[in-house]
Design a protein around this ligand. Structure first.
Ligand code: ASP
Length: 325
């Protein structure tokens, strides 16, 4: 028996030393960050900018992998199941919280499957139409949507995505259900909006600012409390009579459960450096957003945000009674 205990203790010590050494040396190879949406969309854009700056700080490449589908839950599941060695991460947004209620058979437990690195940014949404959509302002769009509710199509990135949430806020604000068209991300949805295959979409400014400025889409409103510097002519939802549509899409970085705290702390420090990178600040500003403050780019802040956002959206979603499964 004594021998068995000694053997177990020795094995545990070896394991501890190995993981301690791993955490001390981290990172020694490329890191993959999963974006749970298709390439070319807003989450992808934010992730690529931050990944590039974190690569410089970490001395290893942070490579983006797009795993779109099911409103971001497929990518989240992939990371929940990944090795907890710090080499696979997830950059997800508010959908991490809303999908916890929207999917009653979620294949992972949101609050138990991940460790936290930190918050990245909060991005407003914009309500858009295809360029040749008839109405020129939100009031007109509401009338048009009510009159054409079986015809008008609303693009989103699947149930639980920010675009889905914002589309739902629009429909509930005008008390009119519309036909939704799910994509693997709003990158491909934007392509279809530009091509006129779909009528409207609500999406982060990180995907829409350039299109709005270029006049390739019609913009109706922004979901921030005040107008944005980069889109000064675009009225807020509150100004346009739909204050219930105010929403900010927060983004955070996660690691699989059990990832060593030394690793998540190292990543958090690197995220803080990345968020002060002049290129990240400048590109975020052009896209209508700002990096999260240093105090929010921490494991504790992201954990608190996720917990409070799950609690905030659960009663709203339950009251709507519409689930993904
Ligand atoms: N903006 C998308 C959403 O609806 C996701 C994406 O494609 O980045 O959540």
């Amino acid at each position: 028996m004594k021998k068995l205990f000694a053997a177990l203790a020795a094995a545990a010590a070896i394991g501890m030393t190995a993981s301690y050494a791993q955490a001390q040396d981290y990172p020694t190879r490329n890191i993959t960050v999963v974006v749970p949406f298709a390439a070319g969309g807003p989450t992808d854009t934010v992730t690529r900018l931050v990944a590039e700056a974190m690569s410089k700080d970490l001395g290893q490449q942070v490579i983006v992998e797009n795993v779109g589908g099911a409103g971001g839950t497929l990518g989240a599941k992939q990371v929940a199941d990944a090795e907890n060695d710090g080499y696979t991460l997830l950059l997800h947004h508010i959908g991490m919280a809303t999908s916890d209620t929207l999917y009653r058979n979620l294949p992972y437990k949101t609050l138990e499957a991940f460790e936290y690195v930190g918050l990245v940014t909060e991005v407003p949404m914009t309500l858009l139409g295809r360029k040749d959509l008839e109405p020129n302002d939100l009031k007109g769009l509401i009338e048009y949507a009510k009159a054409n509710k079986d015809k008008i199509t609303v693009a989103n990135a699947g149930i639980g995505a920010a675009s889905h949430l914002c589309g739902m806020l629009f429909m509930s604000s005008i008390e009119t259900p519309l036909v939704t068209v799910p994509y693997k991300g709003t990158g491909p949805a934007m392509t279809d909006l530009l091509g006129g295959q779909v009528d409207i979409m609500c999406d982060q400014t990180t995907n829409t600012t350039k299109q709005i400025q270029g006049g390739t889409v019609k913009a109706y409103a922004v979901t921030s409390p005040a107008r944005l510097n980069v889109l000064p002519d675009l009225p807020t939802v509150a100004e346009s009579g739909l204050p219930n549509m105010q929403v900010a899409i927060w983004h955070g970085i996660y690691a699989p459960k059990g990832t060593d705290a030394k690793i998540t702390e190292r990543l958090s420090k690197s995220l803080q450096v990345a968020l002060k990178d002049p290129n990240v600040i400048a590109r975020f500003a052009e896209l209508g957003t700002v990096p999260s403050p240093e105090a929010d780019a921490t494991p504790a802040a992201l954990k608190a945000k996720l917990e409070s956002e799950i609690a905030r959206w659960k009663p709203v979603i339950d009251a709507a009674g519409q689930y993904a499964d």
